[in-house]
Design a protein around this ligand. Structure first.
Ligand SMILES: Cc1cc2nc3c(=O)[nH]c(=O)nc-3n(C[C@H](O)[C@H](O)[C@H](O)COP(=O)(O)OP(=O)(O)OC[C@H]3O[C@@H](n4cnc5c(N)ncnc54)[C@H](O)[C@@H]3O)c2cc1C
Length: 307
């Protein structure tokens, strides 16, 4: 946790941000986690993964916007993604993950909601599922409320994400499962204060396992999103012991992380969805991936010193 906090803080410094964004030496490392800057590159990655038997969620990178106009442009860009998926012969295997801050949450709930609904109108004829990613804790309640509200008009077509590290998550889990809203289950990737989130990784891992079991039993097609092999093994054993069929849930992992494990789970007959991020606004996503694993930072440092 100390390493994670340090990297998330350092990566927020303008001098570091500018260096990493502009350094040609860092690019190959960025390419491990991001499928390119253009939609055509992301679609080609998504279709190759689908050819191999994976499911995919496309994430057009980009978070908080500065104006209503930018939020509308972000919505247009997401609609372009939805249209590209609709044209793909793998349409039923590819869905989309979105950020409500990109759709204008900072400009007002009504702005973000109108844009979110616009995406769902575009996705509905093709049954393309839209998941609202969960961002930092200042947005949690507004995200949960908005997904609940919009889900009433688009049942089954949208869902969100719950983060184990937040104290409030146990209540949110019951609240959203009770409304049959599809959930992705993650440990949580943001820098959160102890007023809202557990700081102890062991506690987060323990709760991830315990509440993950609850989701497997009670939730509508839950997505267990983790690269933690020990926890995945225990959840697999749990699902088998309860005769929960493999098609009633899915594993999710990030593009470029634990490809070996992604392949193994797929070979065992599970649904495995790869989350494929792309776009030029890759810096915040990239920083969170670095913070999750010291080896990723070492990898960058090594590539800098090798040159
Ligand atoms: C599909 C998907 C969607 C997500 N959506 C959200 C979201 O909406 N909101 C949110 O807050 N978080 C999201 N996350 C991130 C999540 O909260 C965690 O930060 C991230 O998954 C790392 O936690 P972990 O469960 O893999 O376990 P950890 O205990 O962090 O890692 C377990 C093992 O996984 C491997 N690993 C983990 N991360 C990396 C990495 N970056 N590079 C290389 N190896 C790694 C390592 O082997 C590590 O030992 C998402 C994660 C996934 C997989």
């Amino acid at each position: 946790m100390v390493f994670r906090t340090l990297i998330l803080k350092v990566s927020g410094l303008p001098v570091i941000r500018n260096f990493v964004r502009n350094s040609k030496l860092v690019r190959p490392v960025v390419g491990r986690f991001i499928a390119g800057e253009r939609l055509s590159q992301a679609m080609s990655t998504a279709e190759s993964l689908a050819d191999e038997g994976f499911l995919v969620s496309l994430d057009l990178l980009g978070e908080n916007v500065a104006s209503v106009e930018e939020a509308a442009l972000a919505a247009d860009a997401y609609i372009e993604v939805i249209e590209a998926i609709a044209k793909s012969h793998h349409c039923e295997k590819i869905n989309i993950s979105i950020k409500l801050t990109a759709l204008g949450l900072d400009q007002g709930d009504e702005i973000a909601e109108a844009n979110y609904r616009r995406l769902l109108e575009a996705a509905k004829p093709h049954s393309i599922f839209i998941r609202a990613d969960m961002e930092g804790s200042p947005y949690t309640e507004r995200t949960v409320e908005m997904v609940e509200k919009v889900h009433r008009d688009f049942p089954g077509l949208t869902g969100t994400v719950l983060q184990t590290y937040l104290y409030r998550t146990r209540d949110d889990l019951d609240r959203l499962v009770g409304q049959n809203i599809r959930l992705r289950w993650v440990k949580g990737a943001y820098l959160e204060p102890e007023t809202v989130a557990f700081q102890d990784k062991a506690k987060v891992d323990e709760d991830y396992l315990e509440l993950g079991k609850r989701l497997l039993v009670r939730a509508r097609y839950p997505a267990i999103a983790s690269h933690d092999e020990a926890i995945i093994t225990q959840l697999k054993e749990f699902a088998e012991s309860r005769d929960i069929p493999k098609h009633l849930f899915e594993w999710q992992m990030l593009y470029g992380i634990r490809r070996d494990l992604q392949g193994l789970l797929k070979e065992e007959g599970y649904n495995v969805r790869v989350y494929v991020p792309y776009g030029d606004a890759w810096y915040p996503y990239f920083s969170r991936r670095l913070a999750e694993r010291p080896a990723n930072v070492l990898f960058i440092l090594r590539s800098l010193f090798k040159k």
